[in-house]
Ligand binder design. Structure first.
Ligand SMILES: C[S@@+](CC[C@H](N)C(=O)[O-])C[C@H]1O[C@@H](n2cnc3c(N)ncnc32)[C@H](O)[C@@H]1O
Length: 281
């Protein structure tokens, strides 16, 4: 039998009376999200983008690990794999957050790790103590790193460049502090190249950044290139969204000469692969 109470005189359903609990829950979630985004937008107009990012992560620090717990189930093996690529030497981890990568540091690694948010860093400090991992933790902005040129053999970051206000500037700084020939290792989520997913990510980006502080539609691969890195290797790990990016700071001077010599030796001997020693310049 027709429910007369839910129909108008013309026989159309009357929206007000059609609400079920699911509609109410969805509407409340949407209202809260938009309200939150609106309030964040108002605050954003009073703060610099970097200060706003710091506040967002300070605010998220206490629940960050719970909120990202499910994502971490997928990320951890890529995280571990990225750290296996770190050669001995000085390493800089950018945007360490709550220190989720600490357990994958190679034994005896000399790592300096920075983050913009003191509260995220305090969590990383506690985790390092719990795991017994030695790391030099510093509050710093990747867009203006407090280190001299050419001070690190490797610079590594995971899920960072989605949240840095000026990502190309941050990547230029990463390049500046790398030694010539040193490598940048990244695990990042980027805007998918798949048409529907990519468009959806671009569309949702302004909302997600206001709620969670991360851009989901960044072109981090293009940004790494714009920052002047060479020899880029990009691997798609999931849906053309999660990428492993390995790039090099072009060798200069002695290192460049040694590099050329190694390549010439290999060509003269009829090709083949570079030995690990020749490759490590
Ligand atoms: C999405 S979290 C990722 C944390 C960690 N790398 C991980 O994989 O779990 C992004 C982190 O980058 C930090 N961050 C954002 N902008 C930064 C900047 N300009 N300089 C340094 N750290 C920054 C945030 O404070 C936050 O801890």
């Amino acid at each position: 039998m027709r429910n007369v109470a839910t129909m108008t005189a013309r026989g159309f359903p009357r929206a007000g009376l059609m609400l079920c609990p699911v509609h109410v829950i969805v509407a409340v979630i949407a209202l809260v999200a938009f309200g939150f985004a609106w309030l964040s937008g108002r605050r954003a107009r009073r703060l610099t983008p970097t200060e706003l990012t710091r506040r967002r992560y300070d605010r998220a620090a206490s629940f960050y690990d719970y909120a990202e717990g499910i994502l971490e189930l997928g990320l951890r093996r890529w995280r571990r794999e990225l750290w296996t690529r770190v050669p001995p030497g000085n390493t800089l981890e950018l945007g360490i957050g709550t220190g989720r990568s600490l357990r994958y540091y190679p034994p005896g690694a000399e790592v300096v790790a920075i983050d913009l948010s003191p509260r995220m860093l305090a969590r990383a400090q506690r985790r390092a103590e719990r795991l017994g991992v030695a790391v030099d933790l510093q509050v710093a902005d990747v867009q203006a790193l407090p280190f001299p040129d050419a001070s690190f053999d490797t610079v590594l970051a995971t899920c960072l460049f989605c949240s840095v206000p000026e990502p190309v500037q941050g990547l230029r700084e990463a390049r500046r502090v790398l030694k010539p020939g040193g490598r940048l290792l990244l695990l990042e989520h980027v805007r998918s190249g798949r048409p529907v997913l990519g468009r959806l990510m671009r569309w949702l980006d302004p909302l997600v950044v206001r709620i969670w502080g991360a851009h989901i539609a960044r072109d981090t691969v293009g940004n790494v290139r714009s920052a002047g890195f060479v020899d880029m290797a990009v691997e798609d790990l999931m849906l053309d969204v999660v990428k492993r990016i390995v790039a090099t700071k072009a060798p200069t001077g002695d290192r460049l000469a040694a590099c050329r010599e190694a390549h010439e030796r290999v060509s003269a001997s009829g090709g083949g692969t570079l030995t690990p020693a020749a490759n490590s310049i």
